[in-house]
Design a protein around this ligand. Structure first.
Ligand code: PLP
Length: 384
C-alpha cells in the first residue's frame, strides 16, 4: 500500500545522513567523553563538533548549547532555572496555546504558589502584544512563549516580545521545538535568554534535545550529579544522538532556504486543493505568518478521529486537533483557545510536511481525501 507521512510535527523520519553518522557511536566508538584516554577523546571531539554545528544553525556560541534528552526536558530545565535563580520573583507569563511541556509545568508551579498569566489568542491564534506588555511585572521571573505553534503552525512575534521583556530585565524563554530547522533563527539578533529544541522534529531519532542558554544568564541545573555539560546538566552524554543532532542541524543550515520554499509550495497546493474540493472546510491559524510545513484544516460536522482512521486505511498519516479525554472527544486546547466553532473544531486535521514530502504524495492526498469527508458526512449524525 502507498504510504504518505504527513505527521512531521509529531515526529519526523530519521535522515539517512543522520543515521550513518550515528552508527559508529553504537559500535566501536563507545568511549565516555569525560575519560582522559583516546577512547574518550575521540567521542568528546564528536560531541563538540555536534555542539558547534547546532550553534552554527542558531547563530549561537557552542558554549551556550547544552544537550538534553528531549524538548520537554529543555522546557522544564529553562523554567526551573529561572525560578530557582530568582526566588524573590513569583510570577510566570505564558500562553494558553503552549505545548504541555510548558503548559503543565506552569500549572505545576501555579499549584506551588506562583502567579501564572496565561495569555489568550484571537480567532487566528494570534497573541496581543499590548496584553503581553501589560502583563510584564517587577516580580515576573520568566516569560515562556513558543516560537511556533505545533498544531496550527503560527509563528509568534518573539523578537518584539523578547525585546519588551529585556527592557524590563525579565528572562525570556522560547520553546522553539517546532521552529528550529524550519525557519531561520539567529540568536545574534534575537534577544531571548533561553531556547528549547528537539531533535526528532528535525530528522534525528527521538530522545535528544538541547537548550540554548545565553552567556551571562544565571543557570541552575535541573539534573544534578556529574559535571557534564559544564555543570549544567548531569548525566553521561548520549553520544550517538548528539552526533546525529549535529548532522541534522548541519543539513538544516545547508538546505533550509530551499526546503522552506519547496515545502511551503507543496503545503499551499495541498491546502488550497482540499479547500476547493471539500465544501464547509476552513483553515485554522494565521496563514500570513506560520511554519512552511503546517496546515490545520477543519471540516464541518465530521469527527477528526474518524477522518484519521479512514486516512490511515489509505496509507495517509496525519493527526487530529482533538484529544480523547475521559471518553469524550474534546477539541484541542489550542483550537478551544482560538474559539473555533464546536462543529468545526471536532473535525480538525493537522497535515505537516517535511523535506521528504513529494508532489506525487500531494496528488494522492488530493485524489483521496475529499472522498473520506464525503463518506463520513453521508453517515454523520450531525447535520447543519
Ligand atoms: N514543544 C513543542 C512545541 C512540541 O511540539 C513538542 C513535541 O511535540 C515538545 C515541546 C516536546 O518535545 P519532545 O517530544 O522532544 O519532548
Amino acid at each position: 500500500m502507498k504510504t504518505v507521512y504527513l505527521d512531521n510535527n509529531a515526529t519526523s523520519a530519521v535522515a539517512p545522513e543522520v543515521l550513518d553518522a550515528m552508527l559508529p557511536y553504537f559500535g566501536e566508538l563507545y568511549g565516555n567523553p569525560s575519560s582522559m584516554h583516546t577512547f574518550g577523546g575521540q567521542v568528546a571531539e564528536a560531541v563538540e563538533t555536534a555542539r558547534e554545528r547546532l550553534a552554527g544553525l542558531l547563530g549561537a556560541d557552542p558554549d551556550e548549547i547544552l544537550f538534553t534528552s528531549c524538548g520537554s526536558e529543555s522546557d522544564n530545565a529553562a523554567i526551573w532555572s529561572a525560578l530557582q535563580s530568582q526566588p524573590e520573583r513569583r510570577h510566570i507569563i505564558t500562553t494558553r496555546v503552549e505545548h504541555p511541556a510548558v503548559l503543565s509545568v506552569c500549572r505545576y508551579w501555579e499549584h506551588q504558589g506562583y502567579r501564572v498569566t496565561m495569555l489568550g489568542v484571537d480567532a487566528k491564534g494570534r497573541l496581543d502584544l499590548e496584553e503581553y506588555a501589560a502583563a510584564l511585572g517587577d516580580d515576573t521571573a520568566i516569560v515562556s512563549i513558543m516560537f511556533a505553534n505545533n498544531e496550527v503552525g503560527n509563528i509568534y512575534p518573539i523578537q518584539r516580545m523578547a525585546e519588551l521583556a529585556k527592557e524590563r530585565g525579565i528572562l525570556f524563554h522560547t520553546d522553539a521545538v517546532q521552529a528550529v530547522g524550519k525557519v531561520p533563527i539567529d540568536l545574534r539578533h534575537l534577544p531571548v535568554d533561553m531556547l528549547s529544541l528537539s531533535g526528532h522534529k528535525l530528522h534525528t531519532p527521538k530522545g535528544i534535545g538541547a537548550l540554548y542558554v545565553r552567556k551571562g544568564v544565571r543557570f541552575r541545573p535541573l539534573l544534578r550529579g556529574g559535571h557534564q555539560e559544564r555543570g549544567r546538566r548531569a548525566g553521561t552524554e548520549n553520544v550517538p544522538y548528539i552526533v546525529g543532532l549535529g548532522v541534522a542541524a548541519q543539513l538544516c543550515a545547508d538546505f533550509m532556504q530551499k526546503e522552506r520554499v519547496d515545502v511551503a509550495r507543496l503545503r499551499d497546493r495541498m491546502e488550497s486543493g482540499l479547500l476547493e474540493r471539500i465544501p464547509d472546510s476552513r483553515v485554522n491559524g494565521d496563514i500570513q505568518n506560520r511554519l512552511p510545513n503546517t496546515s490545520n484544516i477543519s471540516f464541518k460536522n465530521v469527527e477528526g478521529e474518524a477522518i484519521l482512521l479512514m486516512l490511515d486505511r489509505l496509507g495517509i498519516a496525519a493527526s487530529s486537533g482533538s484529544a480523547c479525554t475521559s471518553g469524550s472527544l474534546e477539541p484541542s486546547h489550542v483550537l478551544r483557545a482560538m474559539g473555533v466553532p464546536f462543529n468545526y473544531a471536532h473535525g480538525s486535521i493537522r497535515l505537516s510536511l517535511s523535506r521528504y514530502t513529494t508532489a506525487e504524495e500531494v496528488d494522492y492526498v488530493l485524489a483521496n481525501f475529499p472522498g473520506v469527508i464525503e463518506t463520513l458526512r453521508a453517515i454523520s449524525p450531525f447535520k447543519g
